[in-house]
Design a protein around this ligand. Structure first.
Ligand code: ZN
Length: 447
């Protein structure tokens, strides 16, 4: 009995010490018993330097990186740590996709998909899709907007943060702010069958304010504007500017005042420049970027998320996707501008981050497309790590393997600096110190 009461008082002292420790949240606190893991790396690409480091060890405590260094130097600091041996692999920071659409069946590209998918069904597809992002080593993503008026993507984001479901860290846009009949008008029906007008449509400056404030009210981190027509829809023309510069400037003013950011879908030349002048934070696609536009982006520090591979893939789509012939023709037409525009972006040293904008089964194709388009492999990897973290405003937390950051780690077999196609050979994924995927020897690299 005496022993038991001593134990109890010790326990309550510990509890009190925990409760009254000033300014330290229980969930983020590195307690003495926090699990220690030592990851032995064959090759380490830390996200910051262009070269790989041989024979490094990453020491992880709880959900954070404690130390990164030469195995000889770190070896003495890891008694009691669980060893994860990746000495035959290349270890990188968890990857970040800055242009994802997580809801719905992403193999269904028919124009009526969203009309046949309820919000709950879309969210369940989202839970499924997010596991594919994780499996490919993507431990964070930005949802680039959805047409779900119930904001299923924000429910997914919050559920991941609460630990209800497993998924990458998410930041998310709300609905697509679009003109009537534009790239973000989800109603392709005949005039006498039309759906009730949706709150994401905005045909003047005041209506933009209303649409943006609705997104902010329900918790969007980013505002998504449709600056031009698009490719994957049956209504719009990608050459044409849709939202006016004044409309986009109003969206930027309201979003920035609320400390949120603005991303603009922009394909055609004039729409890209109008969006940049209006002050958006990121240009998505930028497929017809011209010299003047590139110079303007460089001057204003606007990010580019080029999403190259999806256009290349959907120029010859699998017929089972239900993509219409009109969309296939648009894809082929815009592809003729893509390479020259990306070259301009590189020549003007624009800030570029990785974004895929496609079914996550094809995620690795974007690395290949970036390198074929003229980036060095190290630059393509930085686009998906340190640069993407900066775009998301999360540089303090993710995007590099260094002390203090979240232990978001992925590994591939082979050397992606020698051949970027090795990025598809994922063997290990960890998010916040939790092992998500660990491939046994002889296992196939992808499910
Ligand atoms: Zn998109």
């Amino acid at each position: 009995m005496k022993q038991r009461s001593v134990l109890l008082s010790l326990l309550s002292l510990c509890l009190l010490a925990t409760i009254f420790r000033p300014g330290v949240g229980a969930s983020t606190q590195a307690r003495p018993e926090a699990r220690k893991i030592a990851v032995r790396c064959g090759r380490l690409i830390d996200g910051k330097s262009a070269n790989a480091i041989a024979n490094a060890v990453i020491l992880i405590e709880g959900d954070r990186i404690k130390e990164v260094g030469d195995s000889a130097a770190v070896a003495g600091h890891v008694p009691g740590a669980k060893l994860i041996d990746l000495s035959s692999s290349t270890v990188l920071p968890g990857l970040i996709d800055c242009h994802a659409h997580v809801l719905a069946n992403l193999k269904d590209l028919s124009p009526t998909r969203s009309l046949r998918t309820s919000s709950p069904q879309g969210v369940l597809w989202g839970v499924h899709n997010l596991q594919i992002w994780l499996d490919h080593g993507f431990t964070a993503l930005r949802d680039a907007g959805e047409d779900d008026l119930a904001y299923g993507q924000l429910a997914l984001r919050d559920s991941i943060n609460m630990g209800l479901i497993r998924g990458p860290r998410m930041v998310s846009a709300g609905n697509f702010v679009s003109v009537t009949g534009g790239h973000g008008d989800a109603d392709p029906l005949a005039p006498d069958q039309a759906l009730p007008r949706r709150p994401n449509l905005a045909d003047n400056v005041d209506q933009v304010g209303v649409a943006v404030r609705r997104d902010l009210k329900y918790g969007a981190d980013w505002i998504k504007l449709m600056a031009t027509g698009g490719v994957s829809d049956v209504l719009s023309d990608f050459n044409v500017q849709e939202l006016s510069e004044e409309q986009m400037a109003k969206a930027v003013e309201i979003a920035h005042r609320a400390r949120k950011k603005v991303m603009a879908h922009a394909e055609g030349t004039e729409g890209i420049k109008a969006a940049v002048r209006a002050g958006v934070d990121t240009i998505e696609h930028g497929t017809m970027l011209d010299e003047e536009g590139a110079a303007l982006m460089a001057q204003k520090g606007t990010w580019l998320v080029p999403t190259l591979a999806t256009f290349q893939r959907l120029a010859n789509p699998d017929p089972s996707t239900g993509q219409t012939d009109a969309e296939t023709q648009k894809t082929r037409a815009i592809l003729r501008f893509q390479s020259a525009a990306f070259q301009r972006a590189l020549q003007h040293h624009l800030k570029i981050a990785f974004g895929q904008d496609d079914d996550p089964d094809f995620l690795d194709g974007e690395f290949v497309a970036l390198v074929k388009g003229g980036m060095k492999p190290a630059e393509a990897l930085q686009a998906a790590t340190v640069n993407a973290a900066e775009l998301l405003g999360l540089s303090e937390q993710i995007g590099a393997l260094e002390p203090g950051k979240f232990a978001d780690v992925m590994a591939v077999s082979g050397d992606p600096l020698a051949d970027i196609r090795n990025m598809e050979k994922v063997v290990f994924v960890m998010k916040g110190g939790e092992v998500i995927r660990e491939q046994l020897p002889g296992e196939k690299s992808h499910p």
